[in-house]
Design a protein around this ligand. Structure first.
Ligand SMILES: Cc1cc2nc3c(=O)[nH]c(=O)nc-3n(C[C@H](O)[C@H](O)[C@H](O)COP(=O)(O)OP(=O)(O)OC[C@H]3O[C@@H](n4cnc5c(N)ncnc54)[C@H](O)[C@@H]3O)c2cc1C
Length: 445
């Protein structure tokens, strides 16, 4: 039986571990903190094919310029003198066009179809997590935002998703009485589901443990040992762990790990915030996307969570009070009942974001048995099961690159130079965790 180490117990690593275990592998999951400690607990929990468009989009260039430097806007960039950030921004900027957007949307929409059916199957097979199939209501203050979203959603009907229902001001309030008078229109998409992310993480850990998978907290991977094109073990804070295969699913921390084995994955931390009110002070019937604010508002059993903002400010989970207040104000324009609340929990997490807005799923260039699954940005929960299915197929050697995963091949970021096997052959020694200056928690930005 093949020994597999999965680095990272976020939603991606845990799903990968489950798929691999189901295929008979002897799996160990290592996390430097604990399951869900990264980005996979406080998020909005949406499984949302309706939002399959990648982050760089045709209309973003002009808006991003206006927003980027404003500390209270939904997207904020803290510019720093860092070549990696500037290169990342340049690559991102180049992808803000219709052709790349359409290609990205196509790849993500296809992956979504697999993900939803895998979620349904896991739930039916008894994986105990909070899953709701309530759809998604997009709310708009302006007609221009409404038209833009309507055109975008219309593209998804090509993938078999039901045509969403367009709602005028009055119809919105019939469907969602909590919507305030400033809301001028809405779009109701039936396709989308949501989970309580914390319940998903704990269900996955319980299932893995029951199936004999060791999920080890406080086990930080610090170095890899390799011989030629094969990695053979990782050195961790709790000792050496040998493996036959390894999957790096360490979220935004995947980039410094991959750098050790000679692969530069362009990955930025897209910090987002969530505010959870528990118990929920008012009821909303289904998840709401507050379009101009770019905030997701999700009802869970006994709680209401608002999640949003995209802040490129390096490796940190600091809560900027100005941005939290701006988020509160923006939400109240859509939902006037959103007020200060005693049972309020604020959280920040770092989304792993690539410059083309697509995840990196596949073999690490230069290695036969080292895989990466990260870069899911705003869609890690949504795409986790399909990602895991793809990784497990690759690892089992079924395909060199699974057809549905071609767009996500990590090698797309290797221009010429160190692509292919050659640099793996140089690695007949240990690769220590020697992050360059500016890497790692607190130092990246
Ligand atoms: C505000 C907000 C709202 C969001 N809403 C949604 C949503 O509605 N739907 C959706 O699909 N997605 C959403 N996302 C995105 C989603 O949360 C992420 O895409 C997803 O959680 C990423 O999961 P991951 O497993 O890749 O990374 P993480 O959850 O960050 O997990 C990585 C793990 O790796 C561990 N690790 C790191 N380095 C090492 C090391 N060296 N050794 C061992 N372990 C290590 C970390 O401790 C961590 O536990 C949202 C994100 C934010 C911020």
């Amino acid at each position: 039986m093949s020994r597999v180490v999965v680095v990272g117990a976020g939603v991606i690593g845990l799903w990968c571990a489950l798929e691999l275990r189901n295929r008979g592998a002897d799996v160990t999951v290592l996390d430097k903190e604990w399951p869900g400690a990264g980005c996979s607990s406080g998020n909005a929990g949406w499984i949302a094919p309706s939002l399959s468009g990648p982050l760089p989009g045709p209309g973003l260039r002009s808006r991003a310029l206006r927003w980027a430097l404003l500390p209270t806007s939904p997207l904020h960039i803290s510019l720093r003198a860092d070549g990696a950030l500037l290169r990342w921004l340049w690559q991102f900027w180049r992808r803000c066009n219709e052709r790349d957007y359409a290609r990205g949307l196509d790849a993500i929409a296809r992956l979504h179809a697999d993900s939803q059916s895998l979620y349904a199957a896991a739930h039916e097979e008894g994986l105990q997590f909070e899953l709701h199939r309530a759809g998604l209501l997009l709310l708009f203050l302006s007609r221009s935002a409404y038209r833009h979203a309507r055109d975008d959603l219309a593209r998804l009907t090509a993938y078999g998703y039901e045509h969403p229902r367009e709602l005028d001001r009055r119809a919105v309030r019939e469907v969602e009485p909590a919507a305030g008078p400033e809301v001028t229109g809405g779009i109701l998409a039936k396709t989308d589901w949501h989970v309580r992310p914390e319940s998903l993480v704990s269900a996955l850990v319980d299932r893995l443990t029951a199936h004999g998978v060791a999920v080890r907290s406080g086990a930080e991977v610090r170095a890899f040992e390799a011989a030629g094109a094969r990695a053979i073990a990782c050195r961790t804070s709790v000792g050496r762990v040998p493996f036959d295969h390894c999957v790096i699913a360490a979220g935004v921390w995947s980039a410094p790990l991959l750098r050790q084995v000679g692969y530069e994955l362009p990955l930025e931390a897209g910090k987002g915030y969530s505010i959870t009110l528990s118990p929920a002070p008012f009821r909303v019937a289904r998840p709401l996307y507050l379009a101009e604010a770019k905030v997701a508002c999700t009802p869970f059993r006994g709680a209401l969570r608002a999640a949003g903002t995209m802040e490129l400010s390096g490796f940190n989970t600091r809560l900027d009070r100005r941005r939290v207040r701006a988020m509160d104000r923006a939400i109240a324009r859509f939902l006037p009942a959103w007020r200060p609340h005693p049972g309020r929990h604020e959280w920040a997490g770092m989304r792993p974001v690539t410059p083309d807005g697509l995840p990196a799923i596949g073999r690490v260039p230069g290695f036969d048995n080292l895989f990466v699954a990260t870069g899911h940005a705003m869609l890690g929960v949504s795409l986790a099961p399909a990602t895991a299915r793809g990784v497990s197929r690759l690892l089992a050697g079924e395909q060199a690159q699974a057809p549905g995963l071609a767009a996500f091949d990590p090698a797309r970021f290797c221009r010429g130079a160190r692509r292919g096997r050659s640099h793996g052959a140089d690695l007949a020694r240990t690769h220590p965790a020697a992050p360059r200056s500016g890497d790692g928690t607190g130092g990246y930005g």
